[in-house]
Design a protein around this ligand. Structure first.
Ligand SMILES: [Zn+2]
Length: 348
């Protein structure tokens, strides 16, 4: 397993704890033997990153009444797609002898990391913003994590990075976390072959970059013809990608409150995300709670208990289909489970 930098071409053999490029500072990517993993075990994830598991992945794909495919990532072990990344990232941390992992999170990533740390028999310390949903904070504590509250999401990130006591495994820069995402496109390809659009909410970009990396590898082995057009959705007031990529559509009347998973004003991999959208001829869309709320209700009334952040992706897919901007085979990734929200007091 090697590490590479997409931006400057830096390469190195695996080095424990090295996440960012020594030459330009960009978070690194894993360059592993996916062909061998795929041929032998039907996964794109390198073998050394598969030691800790709770049965993540292989989530259902259903078709909504409106004909849009919904990938139910909220049915992962702790209720979000982040379980895929926590499995591989904790595997790597365990492998290099970490006894305490440190993460910053608005909720879901911390919950995933806490569960997988528990599974691996090591401790987890999670920095969260104080206004993270109470249901999520309760879950972190129930899973045995040490919860440290910070004034904002960005401050939580700063504090976690500077905590020297354990191994910082932050999903925002962790190359091994991204690797865990790659079987998501593999599952889509097995069920649907070629897809025209994949729509997902965007914060740290682990899902977008993981989708792109998985699809690229599947194109390389000839399992699929091309990477689908990727549609990235951000919330009003948190449009960090706008610095690097022009929104195709922006409906922004008030600062978003609902989607706790994407209320992040900065992320380390933004330039790479913009590059990926350019390469896949993807779209970037910014919307607000007012536009999304009816679609969140629509999902729940259809029995799909996705969290508000996921509804951002679904709302944009529905709007873009309505106005004829996108068509064909469309998949929306429903990233997180809404049960964590209703148990914390959300009323729809
Ligand atoms: Zn570099």
């Amino acid at each position: 397993m090697r590490l590479v930098c997409w931006r400057c071409g830096f390469q190195t053999e695996y080095r424990p704890g090295l996440y960012t490029c020594e030459s330009c500072g960009e978070p690194l990517l894993v360059d592993g033997d996916f062909r061998e993993s795929l041929r032998r075990e039907g996964t794109l994830i390198p073998q050394e990153l598969r030691t800790v598991t709770l049965g993540e992945g292989k989530t259902p794909l259903i078709k909504s009444r409106e004909g849009i495919y919904l990938k139910l990532e909220y049915l992962n072990p702790t209720g979000s797609f982040k379980d895929r990344g926590a499995a591989t990232a904790v595997s790597e941390a365990l492998c290099r002898g970490c006894k305490l992992i440190i993460e910053d999170s608005s909720g879901n990533a911390g919950i995933s990391y806490s569960a997988y740390a528990g599974r691996a028999g090591i401790r987890a310390r999670i920095y969260v913003p104080y206004d993270a949903p109470p249901g999520k904070k309760n879950m972190l504590r129930a899973l045995g994590a040490e919860v440290v509250e910070a004034p904002t999401r960005d401050e939580a990130a700063r504090l976690a990075v500077n905590d020297q006591e354990g191994c910082y495994v932050g999903h925002r820069i962790n190359p091994y976390f991204l690797e865990g995402m790659k079987d998501l496109p593999l599952e889509l390809v097995k069920e649907l072959d070629d897809v025209d659009y994949v729509v997902s909410p965007l914060a740290s970009g682990t899902l977008l970059i993981g989708l792109w990396k998985g699809y690229r590898e599947l194109v390389e082995v000839g399992m699929v013809k091309h990477v689908p057009k990727l549609v990235a959705v951000q919330a009003c007031g948190y449009e960090s990608l706008a610095k690097y990529y022009k929104p195709y559509m922006s409906v922004c009347r008030s600062k978003a409150q609902l989607p706790d998973g994407i209320r992040l004003t900065d992320a380390p991999r933004l330039q790479h995300m913009a590059e990926i959208l350019r390469e896949s001829e993807g779209l970037y869309v910014v919307v607000d709670d007012e536009l999304v709320l009816p679609y969140l209700r629509e999902l729940w009334r259809e029995g799909v208990v996705a969290e508000p952040t996921s509804a951002y992706g679904y709302a944009v897919a529905r709007e873009l289909v309505k106005d004829g901007s996108i068509s064909g085979r469309i998949v929306v990734i429903l990233t997180g489970n809404g049960i964590k929200h209703v148990s914390g007091g959300m009323i729809l």
